[in-house]
Design a protein around this ligand. Structure first.
Ligand code: NI
Length: 395
């Protein structure tokens, strides 16, 4: 089959499976499962892949599923990835297929991503005799905790056979439906977590001069940490330092012994990221020393910067242009300070994550967000074509 005939067959196959894939999206949406509990979703995915005669491994990194679609011709192995986890949010969409589990919902579109990858697997499986190489289909748990991908990698998902290149998509509210954006370089931030334990000396709320007040010290630390972004890092290098939790004290008339701050740090540059812990320790220790209090900083690196490979971006654009039209395929999206554990796969192979336009929908993680059905067939055709294009790139 030549490229044109292969392309036509792929389009036809994608069209044919669209209703089934939309129904699958609704079924997954109705049964959301949060990080490392994606058992029902994983079972559904594994059954669908087995029905397509794809080699399936389950229980990877807990609840992950990996399919290996072997092509009829020799070639590299490329990977396509989706996430299966939902969020601890009470759904308010009012959809007929809304979450049946209180306090859990697919508010990040991972129901759409999972269904789309099952659809792309179906389209590619129908053409397997003509594929030059193998396609690995990675369905990971726990993206929302930026924990699933690193565990999938530790479980060896990028080896045996080794993955030459990898791609993923994420639905993007605000980007017009029928368009994509895939930009080279950093597209999503690194994510780190910190906890600062401040120790003072407790006492009576009416006699502060006899205490070392950790509340006052903690408040000054929160303010001083803002100078990391404004005074310690170049204005040209985006960095976010957010204190998201403060815990201290119980009673209105007691100055507590200790206070605890927690928060997150985001950067787009590994060199900037590497310098943050020392700055944070210096600021916390210095401010607390001024109050005779002590600070202990526990800094945890969670997820690296997601940096798209330029060649993979080009391959994705080439796959998308015949489908969407050149004007709807863009490579100039501004980076987001949100993080994505897809970065972990990119540490092992070149690849890229594309943003799939979802049009005018509520934002990700909003209780009224719902992955639009209209984006599903586009996603299926796109991922199938991306798989095909990556195979043809000669990595
Ligand atoms: Ni997401």
């Amino acid at each position: 089959m030549n490229t044109l005939a292969l392309d036509a067959a792929l389009r036809e196959r994608c069209r044919a499976i669209t209703p089934e894939i939309i129904a699958l999206r609704h079924a997954i949406h109705a049964h959301p499962e949060t990080a490392f509990q994606e058992e029902r979703t994983a079972r559904e995915v594994a059954e669908r892949l087995r029905a397509l005669d794809i080699e399936v491994t389950t229980g990877v990194a807990g609840t992950g599923v990996v399919g290996l679609l072997r092509g009829g011709q020799p070639g590299p192995t490329v990977a396509l990835r989706a996430e299966m986890d939902a969020l601890p949010i009470q759904e308010q969409t009012g959809a007929a297929y809304a979450s049946t589990t209180p306090g859990r919902m697919h508010a990040c579109g991972h129901d759409g991503h999972t269904a789309i990858l099952v659809g792309a697997a179906g389209a590619l499986a129908a053409l397997r005799a003509h594929l030059s190489g193998d396609v690995k289909l990675i369905f990971q748990p726990a993206e929302e905790q930026v924990a699933g991908a690193s565990r999938m990698c530790a479980a060896g998902v990028m080896s045996n056979p080794p993955v030459a290149a990898i791609a993923a998509l994420h639905g993007w509210p605000g980007l017009p439906l029928g368009t994509i954006n895939v930009s080279p370089g950093p597209v999503m931030a690194s994510a780190d977590a910190f906890e600062i334990a401040i120790t003072g000396r407790g006492g009576h709320g009416a006699m502060p001069h006899l205490t070392v007040d950790p509340v006052v010290a903690a408040c000054e630390v929160v303010g001083a940490l803002q100078s990391i972004a404004s005074r310690e890092v170049s204005p040209n290098a985006p960095v976010v330092v957010s204190v998201t939790a403060i815990h201290a004290g119980e009673a209105y008339n007691v100055i507590p012994e200790a206070a605890r701050l927690r928060g997150t740090v985001r950067t787009l540059d590994p060199a900037v990221r590497a310098r943050i812990p020392e700055r944070m320790r210096r600021i916390a220790a210095g401010v607390c020393a001024a109050h005779e209090a002590e600070a202990r900083v526990d800094y945890q690196e969670c997820c690296p910067v997601t940096a798209n490979d330029p060649r993979a971006c080009r391959a994705i654009r080439e796959a998308a242009e015949p489908l969407l039209g050149a004007a709807s395929v863009r490579g100039d999206g501004p980076p987001s300070m949100v993080s994505e554990d897809f970065a972990c796969y990119l540490a092992e192979a070149p690849g890229a994550i594309l943003r799939l336009g979802l049009g005018d929908t509520p934002s990700l993680h909003n209780p009224r967000f719902d992955f639009p059905d209209a984006a599903v067939p586009l996603g299926v055709a796109l991922m199938a074509r991306v798989g095909l294009r990556l195979l043809g790139c000669g990595w």
